[in-house]
Ligand binder design. Sequence first.
Ligand code: FES
Length: 161
Amino acid sequence: MSNETTASKVDLTAIINKWKNVEGSLVMMLHSVQDACGYVPRETAMEIAKQTNIPLAKIYEVLTFYHFFKLTPPAKYQISVCTGTACYLKGAPQLLAELEKVINVKAGQTSEDGKFSVQALRCIGCCGLAPVISINGHIHGQVKPADIKGIIEETTKGEAK
Ligand code: FES
């Protein structure tokens, strides 16, 4: 899906009208855009600037200050590695290293083709299954580095290479 298509899905006028008179409106507008698109496309940020007279630089100041906001489309497979204490002690760093080896993506990065992203998270509440990774919200527990390749293959099964 192109960025343009994604951005055009957003009813920006409705979002702006909903929030324009509310304190903290810019952050709320950006949240609404991200809810609809999965990220905040640049052309949408530019359109908000145009329609609200908020300088684009100010909008990007907010977007980059809050790590919650994403400036690029979400990857098809969003992999989260829990690095909370239990998972860390049971091998989360080795899982991150193995992911880097298998799919060539480091924590905090997205692959160039947009297929995989990897992020390190704090405890996700499944400590009894440590170490834990989640792929698009699907939890894998007691993962060993040697399991990573198989989990990725299983997850992407049926896709053209
Ligand atoms: S520390 Fe990983 S799930 Fe709690």
